[in-house]
Design a protein around this ligand. Structure first.
Ligand code: NAD
Ligand code: DAU
Length: 350
């Protein structure tokens, strides 16, 4: 019998890259993707894997205990990679409740299912995918290490920090084998166009203004999503239970500089005059409580687990632009909401 891994949130941006990596690299595993297909979940991201023999999709709401317990009754998971979450900071500012339900209660439901469902903890692992935002905001200097105290500033980051604390509490109290990784900003194919990079690509392409929050001076550390998936693979297989790993790209960019770089790539790709796309950059009111700077010290994962990112930023960004421009139908369906029909066609009308 194949060893079975549960990946939650596998229809989302990062989750779909993680599912793809595990399904294609590990034919001896059965990968169960549990996702309730919120606005951010899009099964079209994985349509080519639909019939893979070692892949299953389960429509599961992690906030619903019956859903979660039922799943654990049907499968004997040896590992859980937990990505399902509400992930967008701006949405957490306008409506925080969903973030509390999904990110905190959903995580606890999964922890309880592991605690109650696993007869022995031998060779088992609960892997919490978290964010660097739990550490709060850096000033001009310094990096987040695994020892940086938690100081979350937005409802999103506070909900992720709460979940991380609960994961550690289950390890400390019940000896549940857990690992946590805290990653910086991801970019790449399949990202919902509410996030900076796909939003900007889409707006530039359609000659629409690109909103730059505040003065565009906030700094993020960008990592190609495929590199995050390779880091997750490494942590899942080689990480030490009870340990935390920071994951980042050593790749800090002020938002305004990143957008100018992106505009240059778009000018080239769309045969526009140099500087034309930049005219679309439009300064708008800042995000409430906007964290100034995130930057990761990834020396633990690079030294202990020998992981380094494979993509440099310019190449990763060009590859990303190419993907969005060549997948206009994906973008159109996401923007119109039609991507929801995929689940209906594939699973409900069979
Ligand atoms: P995403 O918003 O693209 O996808 C989230 C997925 O979770 C979607 O498929 C959605 O349908 C699913 N989901 C939401 N609520 C659910 C529920 N109640 N039950 C089951 N499924 C549910 O998110 P993402 O950007 O891919 O992020 C994935 C994870 O990685 C999150 O935990 C996030 O905090 C973390 N993370 C993201 C980044 C980033 O830059 N995007 C960086 C570091 C960490
Ligand atoms: O650091 C990891 C985090 O990165 C993840 O945990 C989150 O799930 C993910 O959404 C991301 O959070 P950010 O808030 O950093 O990402 P976002 O793409 O929303 O914004 C990136 C930066 O760009 C941020 O400083 C806000 C700014 N911004 C964003 C948007 C959407 C703009 O200036 N204009 C925009 O339209």
């Amino acid at each position: 019998m194949k060893k079975t891994i549960l990946i939650t949130g596998g229809a989302g941006f990062i989750g779909s890259h993680v599912v793809r990596r595990f399904v294609t690299r590990y034919p001896d595993y059965l990968i169960v993707n549990a996702d309730n297909l919120t606005y951010a979940g899009n099964l079209a991201n994985l349509s080519d894997l639909e019939n893979a023999e070692n892949y299953r999709f389960e429509k599961i709401d992690i906030v619903n205990k019956d859903d979660v317990n039922g799943l654990f009754n049907r499968f004997d998971f040896f590992g859980v990679i937990h990505l399902a979450a509400e992930s967008h900071v701006d949405r957490s500012i306008t409506s925080p409740d969903e973030f509390i339900h999904t990110n905190i209660n959903g995580t606890v439901n999964l922890l309880n299912a592991c605690r109650n469902g696993w007869q022995s903890y031998e060779s088992k692992l609960f892997y919490q995918i978290s964010t660097d935002e739990v550490y709060g905001s850096l000033g001009e200097n310094g990096l987040f290490t695994e020892d940086t105290p938690y100081d979350p500033k937005s409802p999103y980051s506070a909900s992720k920090a709460s979940a991380d604390h609960l994961v550690r509490a289950y390890h400390n109290t019940y000896s549940l084998p857990v690992v946590i990784s805290n990653c910086s900003n991801n970019y790449g194919p399949n990202q919902f166009p509410e996030k900076l990079i796909p939003l900007a690509i889409n707006n530039i392409k359609n000659n629409k203004p690109v909103p730059v929050y505040g003065k565009g001076e906030n700094i993020r550390d960008w990592l190609y999503v495929g590199d995050h998936a390779s880091a997750i693979d490494r942590v899942f297989h080689k990480g030490k239970p009870g340990c935390t790993y920071n994951i980042g790209g050593n790749n800090e960019w002020k938002n305004i500089d990143l957008l100018k770089l992106l505009c240059g790539i778009m000018d080239d790709r769309l045969n526009r005059e140099k500087g034309e796309s930049e005219k679309l950059l439009t300064f708008v009111k800042d995000r409430a409580g906007h964290d100034l700077r995130y930057a990761i010290d990834n020396s633990r994962i690079s030294k202990q687990l020998e992981w380094t990112p494979a993509h440099n930023f310019h190449d990763g960004l060009e590859k990303t632009v190419e993907w969005y421009l060549s997948n206009q139908q994906w973008m159109n369906e996401v923007i119109s909401g039609d991507y929801g029909k995929y689940y209906e066609q594939q699973y409900l009308r069979r």
